[in-house]
Write a protein that binds this ligand. Structure first.
Ligand SMILES: Nc1ncnc2c1ncn2[C@@H]1O[C@H](COP(=O)(O)OS(=O)(=O)O)[C@@H](OP(=O)(O)O)[C@H]1O
Ligand SMILES: [Mg+2]
Ligand SMILES: [Mg+2]
Ligand SMILES: [Mg+2]
Length: 354
């Protein structure tokens, strides 16, 4: 099968990185810094980026990587750097063959910093480019909510392979989507899912493990005849997605169930396995450009589970314009059958604001 190796490496790389993120999630000291855009980054984000980039570089040395983080702050802060180095050394897959496939341990502190900085591709329309969000939903990670480790492969600007680890989602694809899923989350018994997809080959879920990959099961969006029955997912942060516009769209579609708020691409994964139905991310700011790493992996997983994505104007998402989706505003995802109706409602709500 095409992209078989890419999917396997992506799943193993994400799985290994979650060993590190789970260690940080359960510790009080998360080594948080504030970035220039005031958003948070933790030792978990840096460590996961180092591990995943080192995995990609081992298996596919020619590929480019667009990663969210860089090592500038760590080159200046030796205490933070040492904490991350300790975590990175401790995060090993328990299955030697699996660990070997992703290159084994990172060799030195310098190699770790260089790996983090190798996520500096400017993106683009041509070739193979990985989009990496080492911790998506860092605010959720800090708050005790949902977060996800996300890796997508773009081929000539098209999301083609996706792998997402969600340590705090229930393993059971049929577990009802509890509206409180985004709050007070944990990674205890029965939690931890690894989602994967390849364009044209379907989407899967499997329990996250610490060793070899467990067997994957196909996942599908829930067939939805009537949007009135839908459950929609939205961001926790009202600064990332307009809760007011999302609610107006839901009302237009006849939705009465409360929205399910959770951080990260766990939202895409939840609709892809039919736990929820719609993803609404209406822009709050006129100038914010969505980042490709916030959507690339989730886009393949949703499409392969039977869904469609577009921006708030109904335009296809263009991942070939660089590090951001600068040609798009907001993101909408829904099962194919109801997608036109959802986009119509979105356009009506936005037109009424003009
Ligand atoms: N202004 C604005 N508008 C839209 N999106 C923004 C904005 N600012 C940040 N971000 C990105 O949102 C990512 C997390 O958003 P989510 O919807 O996944 O979760 S939540 O908003 O935290 O609930 C978050 O990803 P991480 O940084 O990986 O956590 C950001 O890339
Ligand atoms: Mg993100
Ligand atoms: Mg992130
Ligand atoms: Mg961030």
């Amino acid at each position: 099968m095409t992209y078989e190796k890419e999917l396997e490496i992506a799943l193993l790389a994400v799985q290994r990185a979650t060993i590190l993120t789970k260690a940080v999630y359960s510790s009080h000291a998360k080594g948080t810094l504030s970035k220039s855009d005031t958003s948070p980054v933790t030792i978990g984000d840096f460590g996961a980026q180092a591990l995943i980039i080192s995995s990609i570089k081992h298996a596919f040395p020619e590929d480019e990587i667009v990663g969210e983080e860089d090592a500038d702050d760590l080159r200046k802060n030796s205490s933070l750097r040492d904490q991350i180095w300790e975590l990175v050394q401790a995060a090993k897959l328990e299955d030697a063959e699996a660990e070997e496939k992703i290159g084994g341990p990172i060799k030195s502190v310098d190699a770790m910093l260089d790996a983090i900085d190798s996520g500096n591709s400017q993106g683009g329309r041509i070739g193979r480019i990985w989009a990496l969000d080492p911790i998506d939903g860092t605010k959720g990670f800090l708050r005790g909510g949902q977060y996800a480790v996300c890796l997508g492969l773009l081929v000539d600007g098209v999301p083609t392979v996706g792998a997402i680890g969600c340590p705090n989602l229930p393993v059971d694809d049929n577990a009802p989507l509890d509206p409180s899923i985004g709050a007070d989350a944990d990674d205890k018994e029965g939690k931890g899912v690894l989602f994967g997809a390849v364009k044209g080959q379907g989407a899967t879920s499997r329990p996250l493990s610490k060793g070899a990959l467990q067997e994957g099961k196909k996942i599908y969006m829930k067939p939805l005849d009537d949007t009135k029955q839908a459950t929609f997912c939205e961001s926790v942060e009202s600064g990332h997605s307009s809760h007011g516009d999302n609610a107006a769209i839901a009302a237009k579609l006849g939705i009465t169930k409360p929205s399910v708020r959770m951080d990260s691409q766990a939202k895409y994964c939840s609709i892809a396995r039919g736990a929820g139905d719609l993803y609404l991310r209406l822009p709050v700011s006129k100038t914010y450009e969505e980042k490709i790493w916030d959507h690339a992996a989730g886009a393949v997983i949703v499409q392969e589970a039977g869904g469609e994505l577009a921006d708030s104007e109904g335009k296809p998402l263009d991942f070939g314009l660089g590090r951001t989706l600068k040609g798009n505003k907001g993101v909408i995802a829904a099962p194919k059958g109801v997608f036109p109706e959802v986009i119509k409602a979105v356009k009506e709500v936005l037109a009424a604001k003009l």
